[in-house]
Design a protein around this ligand. Structure first.
Ligand code: ADP
Length: 621
């Protein structure tokens, strides 16, 4: 991989670029629509309830303030009218008090309802987003998983899937509620003075825009730096996980890696600090303007009450509206301030979900010429982003009943060839033909059904032993008889029987009573897994027996050949004692076939193969 990470990421945004403000500002609200859409498609009932309750919770405070004013005014009037009307003056006062009590109860109900909807939606949204992420994962190709940036998107999307979607929906609704409140306060205040409302709005807007802009800046800053955070996260994994602990301890890598972790932190912290300082300084300054104008209006109201332009009740109401308005304003501003985090999550999630996937290629389920086996016709392949081809001009032909061994140094392209054959990747040039049809025309499921592969890094599922064997054929995953038969063929049956619960033994350390197997035992499980695929006509073994000794490997391969007489076997091995048994041997070097033929032919050729063979044979003598 290239060490120059900057080449792979977008250029850092230049500060003060023209239009940057507008972009920052719009950026904060860009994903609000997505958030609402997500909530709406998850549960319409809950979303509608949330919207209705948000409206109620937003408007009712203004109503309470209005009734409060009526109470004060009616008390003043009652004191004035008492001598004339007597006890009749209580009636309006108590009526208003009852109304206010009712409104307060309504507000409490709305707030409680919001909390209830929130709890219900949390579970549903989390599940929905998780399922969306996993469903998408099933449609992806191997190339996606091997692309670091894309893989990073996937893990980040998954990590916060249960908390973030709810947070963004609630923040969006919370913001809406504050806006509704502010508008309703404004609607009442207009009766006092439209000018005052205009001044207050003008004074509050700068703080609002600044908050939105800085939130947008934070969003872009955090997005831009994701390679660094990814490295930090990786270092955390290496430093704190059991599978790395052994090497980190023995090689004393800990302090070095920790220092690297610290350096990244220091760099990120400087950027964070600068943004935080700027943001808080501006926030404070602009907030001060809003507060000052608020208190100017406050004084104006007090004066108006003294002069008798407004009643005492109205004065109480306006003052209350101001205080609540102030609170709603700062709540709204902090909601905007937090929006960037939700946006980060959503942008990442949607980039992941919108990743284009290749359409399933063909629909061929059987080739016209089963006896033709597999042909590689001048196949070449270059990994995405690589500048050297991993394979070039590969031409091979293997018929049913034949075996092919691939030999070559590490990195010579052996595994890549297998990945092409199993269509995990597509050739960049040339073509691969199976039973007379181009691999690209085959129906994916039909093709995979015909090919059984054990990769060098085969999966070690933390499931029961039997299921680890059964994984070779999903349709017969639970078929216990077949497990035993496959395990016998893979020579795994004897040691499985000695495990505490036989085929039912749980494997792996994640679970209670989980057993660990040795490398060689795992490989036998993997072999057994390949034998589950009784329909597979092509069996591929990518160094499946490297953890066994040479004798055991040769024995297994011999055994394997007798069990797979009419099938195609492709074998990758570094052991020539095994390789020599294959019908054809292809020697790979830098992605090209440099020698090709049977063992005897290659030995008479006296080239590279012969040299390597004698070298190894001498070692065993
Ligand atoms: P072998 O199996 O013979 O050890 P591989 O087929 O794994 O070799 O690798 C062949 C070449 O392709 C190597 O140079 C390796 O670095 C490169 N390569 C392997 N996998 C990838 C990948 N996922 N992305 C980019 N390059 C890769």
């Amino acid at each position: 991989m290239s060490t120059d990470a900057s080449a792979a990421r977008p250029a850092r945004p230049a500060p003060n670029a023209r239009g940057e403000f507008a972009r920052s500002f719009a950026g904060v609200f860009r994903y609000g629509r997505h958030a609402l859409e997500l909530a709406w498609t998850t549960s319409r009932a809950l979303t509608l309830s949330l919207a209705a309750l948000t409206l109620v919770a937003g408007v009712v405070p203004a109503g309470i303030a209005w009734v409060g004013a009526r109470i004060v005014d009616s008390v003043v009037a009652a004191i004035r009218d008492w001598p004339v009307l007597g006890t009749a003056v209580y009636e309006p006062v108590l009526g208003y008090v009852a109304l206010e009590a009712l409104l307060v109860a309504l507000l409490a109900a709305a707030q409680r309802g919001l909390a209830t909807c929130q709890s219900l939606l949390r579970a549903q949204l989390g599940q929905r987003v998780n399922v969306m992420i996993l469903e998408k994962a099933l449609t992806l190709e191997l190339a996606h998983f091997e692309d670091s940036e894309f893989y990073d998107k996937l893990t980040r999307a998954r990590r916060e899937a249960s908390s973030r979607p709810l947070s963004m929906v609630m923040r969006t609704f919370g913001l809406a509620q504050n806006v509704v409140s502010l508008v309703s306060y404004g609607a009442i205040l207009v009766h006092f003075s439209p000018l005052a409302v205009a001044i207050l709005a003008a004074a509050g807007l700068p703080a609002f825009f600044a908050e939105a802009k800085f939130s947008g800046d934070a969003f872009r800053l955090f997005r831009w730096r994701s390679p660094e955070t990814r490295m930090q996260m990786y270092l955390e994994t290496v430093l704190a996980r059991e599978d790395h602990a052994k090497e980190v301890k023995l090689y004393g890598l800990g302090p070095l890696l920790l220092q690297r972790y610290r350096d990244i932190y220091a760099k990120l912290y400087r950027e964070d600090r600068d943004l935080t300082l700027r943001r808080d300084a501006w926030g404070f300054g602009l907030g001060l303007i809003a507060t000052a104008s608020l208190y100017g209006a406050y004084a104006w109201i007090a004066v108006a009450a003294i002069q008798g332009t407004i009643t005492l009740g109205e004065m109480t109401m306006y003052l209350m509206l101001f205080r609540q308005g102030q609170a709603a304003l700062s709540a709204g501003l902090s909601a905007i301030g937090g929006l960037y985090e939700d946006n980060l999550y959503l942008s990442n999630l949607y980039e992941y979900l919108d990743q284009p996937v290749a359409k399933p290629a063909g629909d061929v389920k059987r080739g016209p010429d089963p006896a033709d086996g597999i042909r590689f016709e001048d196949v070449g392949f270059t990994y995405p982003d690589a500048d050297q081809p991993a394979l070039a001009n590969v031409t091979l032909h293997v018929r049913p009943g034949e075996s092919l061994a691939l030999v070559g140094e590490n990195g010579s392209g052996k595994t890549t060839l297998i990945k092409l054959l199993t269509r995990l990747y597509r050739p960049t040039s040339g073509r691969i033909v199976f039973e007379g049809r181009d691999l690209a025309e085959w129906d994916e499921a039909a093709l995979r059904d015909r090919i059984g592969v054990i990769f060098q890094d085969f999966a070690r599922y933390q499931l029961r032993v039997g299921e680890n064997v059964g994984a070779g054929d999903v349709e017969r995953f639970e078929d216990r008889e077949l497990w035993v038969e496959a395990a016998r063929k893979g020579l795994a049956d004897p040691f499985i029987r000695e495990l505490p619960a036989g085929y039912e033994t749980q494997l792996g350390k994640w679970f209670k009573d989980g057993r660990e197997l040795s490398g060689g035992q795992w490989q036998k499980i993997a072999l057994a897994r390949a034998f589950m695929r009784t329909r597979a006509d092509v069996l591929v073994l990518d160094e499946p027996t490297s953890a066994m000794d040479a004798g055991a490997e040769a024995e297994i391969f011999e055994h394997f050949r007798t069990l797979t007489r009419d099938r195609i076997t492709i074998l990758i091995s570094h052991r020539f004692s095994t390789v020599r048994m294959a019908d054809q041997i292809a020697v790979l070097e830098d992605g090209r076939i440099v020698e090709h033929g049977s063992h005897d032919r290659l030995m008479t050729l006296d080239g590279r193969y012969a040299r390597l063979f004698s070298l190894q044979a001498r070692g065993y003598r």
